[in-house]
Design a protein. Structure first.
Length: 286
C-alpha cells in the first residue's frame, strides 16, 4: 500500500523544521522539569539561591571601614561562587537522581535527543545561577558596594563571561556523576569543588593576597578569570592594589573572553560525548 504524505512534507526544509521543533520541545520539557523540582522544594531553593547573597550580607557585618569598591569586588566574587555552586549542585544532583532512578534506561528507548537533554538542563541551571548572581550583587548594593559599568561594551562582556562560566561548570559535574551514579556524591562531594575553588583562590580571585596560588594564574583559572574580568567591567576605580584585587593586573583584553569561550567549547564537546556514549549508549556524537 502506498504511503500517503502531506503536501508540507514535500516542502524544502520540512524535515529540518520538524526536527528543530521536536528538539525545542524536548529541551523545554527537561528545563521545565528541572526548574519545577527546585521551585517545589523551599529547602533546596533557599539553599542554592540564598547561599551567596547571605554570605555577602555576612561579609558586611565584619565591621570596620570597608571601601565601596572592595565590597563590590567581594560581591562579584561571591556571586560567581553562588553561580558555580548552583551549576555543580543542581545540574549534578538532578542528573544523579535520574541515574539512580534508572530513568535513562527508559530514555534510551525513546526518540530523545541527548543534546536536548543537555541543553534543557543547562538552561534551567543558568536561570537559577543568574538569579543567585543578581541577588548577590543586590546584597552588595544594600551593604554599601559601589558598581559602575566601564562602558557600553561592558554589558555584553559581563553577560558573555557569566554564560560561558555557567556552561563550563555544569559540564564539570557530568563526568563525576556519570562515574559515580550516586546522589550523595552529587549532593555533597561535587559542590565542594566550588567551595575549594572559592577559598583557595581568595574569593575567586578578588583577594589575590589571600591565595597560596601564584598570582599570574589568577587570570587563567576557570573560576578566577571570569570573576576578575567582571570586576574590571563592573567595579569603578583603579585602586586594585589597595582593595586586594591586584597584582596581577586585571584581565581586560579580548583574549581573556576568548579563553573563556575555549573553556566552554571544550567542556561542551566533552559533555556531549559523555552524554551520548555513557548515558544514552549511542555513538560518540549526535
Amino acid at each position: 500500500m502506498a504511503t500517503q504524505t502531506t503536501a508540507d512534507e514535500h516542502e524544502p526544509g520540512f524535515a529540518d523544521g520538524s526536527r528543530s521543533r521536536r528538539w525545542l520541545s524536548q529541551a523545554r520539557a527537561f528545563s521545565e522539569r528541572s526548574l519545577r523540582e527546585v521551585l517545589n522544594s523551599w529547602i533546596l531553593l533557599g539553599t542554592v539561591v540564598a547561599l551567596a547573597p547571605g554570605m555577602q550580607l555576612l561579609f558586611s557585618m565584619q565591621g570596620g571601614d570597608v571601601p565601596e569598591t572592595m565590597l563590590a569586588s567581594w560581591a562579584v566574587g561571591t556571586g560567581v561562587f553562588g553561580a558555580v555552586y548552583i551549576c555543580l549542585y543542581v545540574f549534578g544532583y538532578q542528573l544523579a537522581t535520574d541515574l539512580e532512578d534508572r530513568r535513562y534506561e527508559a530514555y534510551r528507548s525513546m526518540p530523545i535527543s541527548p543534546s536536548a537533554d543537555l541543553g534543557g538542563r543547562m538552561f534551567a541551571g543558568f536561570c537559577l545561577a543568574a538569579v543567585a548572581f543578581g541577588l548577590t550583587l543586590a546584597a552588595g548594593v544594600l551593604t554599601g558596594a559601589s558598581f559602575g559599568l566601564r562602558g557600553p561594551e561592558s554589558i555584553p562582556i559581563v553577560l558573555g563571561a557569566f554564560a560561558l562560566t555557567c556552561v563550563f561548570w555544569m559540564i564539570v559535574a557530568l563526568p563525576f556523576i556519570a562515574a559515580a551514579k550516586n546522589e550523595r556524591v552529587a549532593e555533597y562531594a561535587v559542590p565542594m569543588i566550588a567551595v575549594a575553588g572559592y577559598v583557595l583562590t581568595g574569593l575567586n580571585g578578588v583577594n589575590a593576597e589571600m591565595s597560596p596560588i601564584d598570582g599570574e594564574l589568577m587570570n587563567y583559572l576557570p573560576n578566577t578569570l571570569p570573576t576578575r574580568l567582571m570586576v574590571y567591567h563592573l567595579v569603578p576605580g583603579e585602586e586594585w592594589v589597595e582593595i586586594g584585587v591586584a597584582p596581577p593586573a586585571l584581565p581586560a583584553g579580548p583574549e581573556y573572553l576568548l579563553a573563556l569561550f575555549a573553556y566552554a567549547a571544550v567542556a561542551l564537546v566533552v559533555g556531549t560525548v559523555l552524554l551520548n556514549k555513557v548515558l544514552y549508549k549511542r555513538g560518540w556524537w549526535p
